[in-house]
Design a protein around this ligand. Structure first.
Ligand code: FUC
Length: 742
């Protein structure tokens, strides 16, 4: 990416050579990566429900039988034996959930043999959610605008030129192993080999439509339909084979729609219908509709910091990705948001819920995009359905459980056979806390009433799962994602009882349930104006009686359990203890810093309330960093948020700079490596956390302002817990000059 003074612009002076240089557009469901190639434009496509296979029941049938033995072995310190038994008795059967896949590519192949391109520019404008490519070729200035319209659920490509009759091209959909040829098709001798080796059909349909159909395979697997409709102005159109060939047009609009059997009984019919519906409106009106929809969200928050345009861009890019990747009716943001070019992406591009999915949603509330959490909340309803079965079958517990990953079907059985991550039961509990956070930020009692059942059932599971250990109740088996400890005899272990993170999540969740029940009142009647949401979609289990009101209160039980959860403790290095014993860590610079959940995103470690733990939290990060911590993008992003909570503006900033300059790809996507989107969202949340923090009745303005930001800055529209908005906050030389909270 080239430097630009405008923080809303990401621009390149050349087409993308690699996927990591392409620019993303999205409307929650449909995503595109625009390469901006002059002769064979490539827009790599995604649809959020293109996943492998159908739903599975992977609950290990031996789990409940072997659970007591596993627990006994752990209590006896026979960790290696316990772990071996976990791999057989607790792993999923089969071990893997479904994974996300690419939808394919749209190629626009232009006629001509001149390759002498000049004055090239490709940019993403965050203020309009538009990717624009401009260049000069054979004396003609060409312009391509690409948007993903949420109101139309369509991706739109608008082609223009400054000389009439200059557009000659055909559009080609593809789904295959080989992406594209960079040279003009009229110069190629072998075209499209392996472009399309993963499709079932590509056919011409009436109205200059090319329809691609495909399926992802597996029992009850997903069927896909994707169509492109070409609407030229001027020139001629001819359909040959399955191609629509446009010659000498003045202008053209290409509409791309996609659907799968995850949502539609007949995805092809729904795509064809939507293509025609979208085509009934002119480009200008479609564009204005897109702007109105997008800007209503994007423009809520404005940020300026003198001399820090790149940081402001990084902040707003995270908000852009949230609006582009998570809208009402879509699936939640996965490990790559919605943007993925692979058939078997790294870590399946699933929903990893031992940090990554949670981090994806950290900025949603504070940066005033609470509508964008709808997919997460809806998916939690799916997860709960499966999680009830997993809780009962595997552990004999009530409520619902989810382990460290889930998929499109909301699968809740353990994923992988990975000692350091698989046998952990807190994923559902952590995710459920998002409901409480959303209530704290929005004060929407209707939302809480509708979704509280999820929090309660997550709490019911953990309370059932706990076992006595002396004066305490502990989770067992469990682990501290994804670190390894060293026993006194030198043996290494992962599986344990009562990991510190579990205690912290349980504490946070049970306290939240007690507060939620107080807010909702025992009879389930909301005590505020109904916050009934207007933007809910069919996929939301609207009539889920379990989530309405409160059938029963768990407050009394939660109070009792809370008394028996071990407190957060400080260990021999002055650090927050990660396990219930003060073990040495096998990897002291580990990327996960699970034992600091209570600092961020939790709120149990606070400067005034827990000064000793506050100091130990700082030590913990220093220790991690001194051993090479923060090496994955998301880990660095977590550290930024934690330093912000610690009031360490300069340290937060130092890590933000490292993330942006060393752990970010050319198109500003976060680099794990490889690309993983959580670091983008974590960074956006971190920047907000440096500017304002709100807990209970207290609001802290500029709690972690680094030296580099002191000169002058202004932020508008951040949201606060308690339902208020920081309408404006302005500072000069580190002093607040204006602050309005409404
Ligand atoms: C966890 C992390 C990895 C990665 C993966 C998707 O396993 O430890 O770093 O983020 O999830």
């Amino acid at each position: 990416m080239k430097a630009s003074e405008n923080p809303n612009i990401l621009f390149f002076d050349a087409p993308a050579k690699a996927w990591e240089e392409a620019l993303p557009v999205g409307n929650g469901r449909l995503g595109g990566m625009v390469f901006g190639l002059p002769f064979t434009e490539r827009i790599q496509l995604n649809e959020d429900s293109v996943w492998s296979g159908g739903p599975q029941d992977r609950n290990n049938p031996s789990a409940s039988e072997y659970l007591p033995r596993i627990r006994k072995l752990i209590f006896e310190g026979k960790i290696t034996e316990a772990q071996e038994l976990c791999t057989f008795a607790l792993s999923g059967t089969p071990e893997e959930e479904r994974h996300y896949e690419t939808l394919g590519n749209l190629f626009i192949e232009f006629a001509g043999k001149d390759t002498n391109v000049s004055d090239y520019r490709r940019e993403l404008d965050l203020s309009t959610a538009t990717v624009t490519t401009t260049f000069t070729l054979s004396g003609v200035r060409y312009k391509r605008e690409v948007i993903a319209s949420y109101p139309q659920n369509a991706l739109l490509v608008h082609l223009t030129a400054d000389k009439a009759g200059s557009l000659s091209f055909h559009a080609q959909l593809g789904r295959g192993g080989k992406p594209w040829e960079e040279i003009p098709y009229q110069m190629q001798t072998l075209r499209r080999q392996a472009y399309n080796n993963s499709v079932d059909a590509i056919t011409a349909r009436p109205g200059n439509v090319q329809l691609m159909e495909a399926s992802t395979g597996g029992r009850d697997g997903i069927s896909i339909a994707c169509g492109v409709k070409v609407i030229p102005s001027g020139g001629t159109v001819e359909v040959i084979g399955n191609s629509t060939i446009v010659r000498k047009a003045d202008e053209a609009l290409l509409i791309v729609c996609a659907d799968t059997s995850f949502r539609e009984a007949d995805p092809a019919a729904s795509v064809l219908e939507r293509l025609e519906r979208t085509a009934s409106t002119f480009w200008q009106a479609l564009y204005e509709e897109h702007l109105a929809d997008y800007q209503a969200l994007f423009e809520r928050v404005k940020l300026e910091i003198d001399g820090q345009e790149d940081i402001v861009r990084f902040f707003q890019f995270g908000r852009y990705l949230m609006i582009a990747g998570s809208r009402a009716g879509s699936l939640p943001l996965n490990l790559q948001g919605i943007w993925n070019q692979d058939f078997t992406p790294v870590w399946g591009s699933r929903f990893t819920i031992n940090i990554n999915t949670e981090m994806n949603y950290w900025p949603a509330l504070v940066t005033n995009l609470s509508e964008c959490t709808e997919p997460l909340i809806s998916h939690l309803h799916r997860i709960r359905e499966n999680g009830r079965i997993t809780a009962r079958k595997m552990y004999g517990c009530g409520g619902f459980v989810a382990h460290h990953n889930t998929d499109i079907w909301g699968d809740t059985a353990p994923q992988d056979v990975c000692l350091s991550s698989t046998y952990w039961v807190m994923g559902g509990a952590w995710l459920s806390l998002h409901i409480w956070e959303q209530y704290l930020f929005t004060q929407d009692i209707g939302f809480l009433q509708k979704n509280y059942g999820i929090m309660r059932e997550a709490a019911e599971f953990v309370m059932d799962y706990l076992v006595p250990d002396g004066e305490y109740l502990v989770t067992c088996p469990t682990l501290s994602p994804e670190n390894t400890y060293i026993l006194d005899n030198g043996e290494k272990g992962v599986v344990c009882k009562g990991a510190s993170m579990d205690n912290q999540i349980i504490t946070e969740l049970l306290r939240a349930c007690i507060s939620a029940e107080k807010a909702l009142k025992p009879n389930g009647e909301p005590d505020g104006p109904s916050g009934e949401r207007k933007d809910r979609v069919d996929s939301t289990p609207e009539n889920d009686s379990q989530s309405f009101g409160m059938e029963k209160s768990i407050s009394a039980r939660a109070e009792e359990v809370l008394k028996r959860i071990a407190p957060i403790r400080v260990g021999k290095h002055g650090q927050i203890m990660e396990w219930n014993e003060d073990y040495e860590e096998a990897e002291p610079g580990h990327r996960h810093i699970s034992q600091l959940f209570a600092l961020y995103p939790g709120s149990q470690i606070r400067k005034e309330a827990t000064p000793v733990l506050f100091a130990a939290a700082k030590k913990t990060i220093e220790r991690r960093l001194s051993y090479g911590g923060g090496h994955s993008g998301w880990s660095r992003a977590w550290i930024i948020n934690m330093y912000a909570r610690l009031g360490e503006g300069d340290l937060a900033y130092e890590n933000l700079r490292t993330l942006l300059e060393k752990q970010t790809l050319p198109n500003l996507f976060d680099d794990h490596p490889p690309f993983q989107i959580d670091g983008n969202f974590g960074a956006t949340a971190g920047i907000a956390e440096m500017l304002v923090q709100s807990h209970e009745e207290e609001v802290r303005l500029l709690p972690a302002l680094p030296e580099a930001w002191k000169k002058h800055g202004r932020v508008e529209g951040l949201r606060l817990r308690g339902g208020k908005i920081l309408t404006v906050l302005e500072w000069e030389n580190g002093e607040i000059t204006k602050a309005v909270i409404e």
